[in-house]
Design a protein around this ligand. Structure first.
Ligand code: C2E
Ligand code: MG
Ligand code: MG
Ligand code: MG
Length: 292
């Protein structure tokens, strides 16, 4: 029984908190069976090299084909997964599926890189590099250079040394490493010095208002400048318009990814889209299909 003492005293029993916990537990149960029933899918979003007009690869983004609620985006289930005992199993599923897809594309003659998001907890599981090696070995034709591991900037924040060691081990095996959501952490600059990184992905929050916010523009320019100084390529996320793309190209950004190029797509649609892209004769000079 909960006694309401009135005034400013807080309730020891908060029914809304209980409902929240119940919902969360229920969601976790559903997610456990989702793995067993193979209800997750990866969608792919192209990454464009602005200098050549070529699609260099695609980022794999998880979706949950929920039996009643339809296709759910990560925002609707990742918060529940993060920190739970599902984080590593889901991470392993994503890696396996992305490797399988990349390998299949290569066999079909599509020379694409596939980027895979790796959560902090999954990266730090003790046998992570061994897991990658074992998965790689199941696809004899698959080169680790074709796989980019996207690690959140914040992942390395807690324990830079240990994260650095794991990242270095993966890199020694030939995998490429991208620093995702760059600029949202607290000590972004330090990563240039301490971490072995192949690609910097500027967070979309800096890109969104690039055209009319001088501060955001200054930040993007500085990140690009630093990346060049350290011989690292830069990709801008969340590029929605041709005007954004043009400005980013002027600033010296190498690659872009965003709805302006294409939304994340199911694998079948992605390859159709790519075939159309290759047919566009102007893609060298005007890389964005929708550019006037
Ligand atoms: P992220 O890795 O930074 O991925 C980029 C997110 O931005 C994706 O959201 C993508 O759909 C969205 N996006 C792409 N272009 C645009 C654009 O032009 N405008 C806007 N507003 N958004 C754009 P999504 O797919 O909902 O994923 C959200 C986040 O969930 C990802 O951010 C990533 O952190 C996480 N995530 C997605 N898939 C996986 C996965 O397989 N494993 C793990 N650990 N995390 C994942
Ligand atoms: Mg990512
Ligand atoms: Mg990102
Ligand atoms: Mg993000």
């Amino acid at each position: 029984l909960v006694k309401d003492s009135g005034g400013n005293a807080y309730h020891r029993f908060d029914p809304s908190m209980l409902r929240y916990r119940e919902k969360r537990r229920e969601r976790l149960r559903e997610l456990h069976s989702a793995i067993a029933r193979d209800e997750f899918v990866l969608h792919y979003q192209p990454q464009l090299n602005m200098a050549t007009g070529e699609i260099i690869g695609a980022e794999a983004l998880i979706r949950w084909q929920h039996p009643q609620q339809g296709l759910l985006s990560p925002a609707e289930f990742l918060p529940v997964v993060t920190g739970s005992d599902l984080e590593a199993p889901m991470g392993r599923w994503v890696v396996r599926e992305a490797f399988r897809q990349c390998s299949q594309w290569h066999q079909a003659g599509l020379n694409l890189k596939v980027s895979v998001n790796i959560s902090a907890h999954h990266l730090m599981t003790p046998d992570f590099p061994e897991f990658l090696a074992a998965e790689l070995a199941t696809h004899p034709g698959l080169s680790p250079q074709s796989i980019t591991l996207e690690v959140l900037e914040s992942t390395a924040l807690d324990d830079t040394r240990r994260a650095g060691n794991v990242i270095e081990a993966c890199r020694a095996m030939g995998f490429e490493i991208a620093l995702d959501d760059f600029g949202t952490g607290y000590s972004s600059l330090a990563y240039f010095r301490s971490l072995p990184i192949d690609l910097i992905k500027i967070d979309k929050s800096f890109v969104r208002n690039l055209l009319d916010n001088d501060n955001d523009r200054a930040i993007v320019e500085s990140v690009v400048f630093l990346a060049k100084r350290f011989n690292r390529p830069v990709l801008a996320e969340g590029v929605e318009t041709a005007a954004h793309a043009r400005l980013l190209k002027d600033i010296g950004c190498d690659y872009i990814q965003g709805y302006g190029v294409a939304r994340p797509m199911a694998p079948g649609r992605f390859t159709q889209w790519l075939a159309q892209w290759h047919k566009n004769p102007q893609r060298q000079t005007r890389p964005l299909l929708w550019e006037p």
